[in-house]
Write a protein that binds this ligand. Structure first.
Ligand code: BDR
Ligand code: CA
Length: 310
């Protein structure tokens, strides 16, 4: 398998990237591509480089992506992830820079030239991939699958019905959902079922590594927010970790193939993913919508990650 990680790091993005770095080689992880979302794309790109530096994996290239959504002003989430995007966690300064090519050009060329199909992990707004597929819809056939964190059936985390990644760039999400690529959706339906309890965090710390300490501090960025404490008194979700943990072990989640569309017009429900949970729309089944989780597996994978990295 060869894959790229498209990301807006982001505390849970960082955990997801660390999972990938611990379990896959430089030959398998082709690149990190960044996008504006949790923080602006310059901060996010630097964070991607900092995470690679910490992990001793500077061979993996970083490509800076889109600074704004396709048709909208950027919405960021520093109130969740901190102004540095990584909750003040002490990842080192990067000793190298991003590549000169932009993420959209890189992904386009990769899909044009690769002899094997590429898997794409999306951990942020879908702006980069939406732009690639909008200009080159034929490249869909060169994508093995897209596994994305985003959306939810019937509820949101940024508005009553919209999840953050989809809300930031609903038009890009629409392009991806209609692209014909095999899509695996890790939405709030699964991420809210796996909580970073004290016991799980202490197992991660027991690994004795700096990565373990960093993972616990990254997961703490949500835990301190009053609004989150009310809903998740015992710990918090680690949204993006699902995407790369699923690459490690696809029995992490299960679900069903159904239709998912995104609302791009309504003021009230903008960014809502409309999931055909009862299979009644008659529309094409375009998404493997995940809804069941083996939550212990997720935290075992994070603990293993901490034990394998510095
Ligand atoms: C998603 O939004 C971001 O804040 C997180 O990094 C995650 O990708 C959760 O809704
Ligand atoms: Ca993210």
């Amino acid at each position: 398998m060869k894959f790229i990680i498209d990301t807006d790091p982001g505390t849970d993005d960082a955990v997801a990237i660390l999972i990938a770095l611990a379990h896959f080689s430089d030959e398998e992880i082709l690149a990190l591509t960044t996008v504006a979302g949790n923080v602006n794309v310059d901060v996010g790109t630097r964070n991607a480089l900092r995470i690679l530096e910490h992990s001793g994996r500077n061979n993996i290239p970083v490509y800076k992506g889109e600074a704004v959504p396709l048709n909208r002003d950027l919405l960021t989430a520093e109130w969740v992830h901190g102004t540095d995007g990584l909750n003040g966690v002490g990842f080192p300064d990067p000793s190298k820079s991003e590549e000169a090519t932009g993420a959209v050009d890189y992904i386009t060329q990769l899909l044009q030239k690769s002899e094997e199909k590429i898997t794409i992990c999306i951990l942020g707004p879908m702006t980069n991939i939406g732009k690639v597929l909008d200009s080159n819809p034929e490249l869909a056939k060169n994508i093995e699958q897209i596994i994305f964190m985003g959306g939810g059936a019937g509820f949101g985390n940024h508005t009553p019905v919209a999840e953050f990644n989809i809300l930031v760039d609903p038009e890009a999400a629409k392009i991806v959902l209609n692209s014909g690529v095999k899509l695996v959706m890790m939405g709030l339906d699964v991420t809210h079922q796996a909580i970073s309890t004290k016991e799980r965090l202490s197992k991660i710390l027991d690994t004795g590594t700096l990565t373990g300490e960093h993972c616990v501090a990254l997961m703490g960025s949500l835990a301190d927010l009053d609004i989150v404490k009310e809903k998740f008194p015992d710990g918090t979700p680690v949204h993006d970790a699902f995407v790369t943990a699923y690459l490690v072990d696809s029995s992490l989640t299960s679900g069903e193939l159904t239709n998912v569309e995104v609302e791009v017009d309504s003021e009230l429900t903008l960014g809502q993913t409309v999931v055909d949970t009862n299979q009644i729309s008659g529309r094409s089944k375009n998404v493997y919508w995940m809804n069941k989780v083996d939550d212990e597996k997720l935290f075992n994978i994070i603990t293993k990650t901490a034990s394998l990295l510095p």
